[in-house]
Design a protein around this ligand. Sequence first.
Ligand code: FAD
Length: 284
Amino acid sequence: MAHVSFEYFPGRSEKAKDQLEETVLLLAEYQPEFQSVTYGAGGSDQQGSFDAVVSMQTSSGVPTASHLTYTGSSKEEIQEFSNKLWEAGIKRIVALRGDPRDCTKELPFSDTPEFVAALKKCHPFEIAVACYPEIHPKAESLDEDLAVLKAKQDAGASIAITQFFFDNSSFYKFVSQARASGITIPIIPGILPIYNFSKVCEMAKSCGTNVPEYIYEAYANGAVCGSTELEIASELLKSQVHDLAYAGYESVHIYTLNRVPLARVASEAFLQAHQELSHQLQVA
Ligand code: FAD
C-alpha cells in the first residue's frame, strides 16, 4: 500500500510549538506511515526534540521517530537519550552522524554503522538511516557512500531515507547501484517542497543536490505568466511524486518544513497517482 511520511523540526518558541502541533494534526489526515523530528547535532536543543517527538506521537497517534546524531555527544549522553526515548514509547530512531559547526569533541563511535549497532544493542529500535543519491559532499566516491550504507544495513538499519533531490533519474540510478551492491532495505525518496526557490538553491549547493535546468526555467516562465512561487512549486512537486509513483515507489518522505500547503500537495498527488495505478490494474 502506498504511503507518505513526514519530517518536522522542533519548534523553539511557544508559538512555533503550537503551529507544529497544528501542522502535525492536519497532516495526520494522510495517515503517514511514520513522522520524524530532527535533532540538533552536538546535542543542541535535545530536550526540545524529545518533547516534540513525545507530544507529536501522543497527540496524533502516528508512530514518531526521533533523529539522533552522535557527533558532539558522548556515548553516555546517547545512551541516556535513547533510554529516555524507549521509556517514553518512542521505538524508532533516524540514526545519523550529524555535522555540527565548531565541534572539536572526539567522536564517540568510529562510524555510523557502529552507532547503529550500539543503538540496536541498547533497545530493539527500528532504525532508519540517511543516504545520498547524488553522493554525500564529503564522501570520496559513490562506492564509499554505498559501502557505508551497506554497513549501516548490516548493523541493523531497516530503512534508508534519501537526501532531497529533484532529478528523479539520479535517484533511480542510485537505487539500482545500491541493489547491485547488496543493499536490500527500502530506500525512501526524500522530497523537499520549494517554499523559497533561492534558499533551496543555496541548500542544494551545500548538499550536492542538482537543481535541474527545467526547474530554473519553470521559475523564469512562471514569473512571466504571473504564477506565484507556490503555484510553480506545486506543479513541480506533483510532477516529481507522480513520476515516482509510476516508477513503482510506494513511499515518499516529505520534508515538511513544519508547513502544511506543499506537504498536502505532495501527499495528495502521490496517493492519487497510486489510486489511478490500482484502478488501471483492475481495469486491465
Ligand atoms: P554517514 O552514514 O556516516 O556517511 C554518509 C557518507 O558521507 C559516507 O560516504 C561517509 O564516508 C561520508 N561522510 C560523512 N561525513 C563525513 C566526514 N566528516 N568526513 C568524511 N566523509 C564523511 N543532521 C542533523 O544534524 N540532524 C538531523 O536531524 C539530520 N537529519 C537528517 C535526515 C536525513 C534524511 C538526511 C539525509 C540527513 C540528515 N542530517 C541531519 C544531515 C546528516 O547528519 C549529514 O548529512 C551528515 O554529514 C552525514 O550523516 P550520515 O549519518 O548520513 O553519515
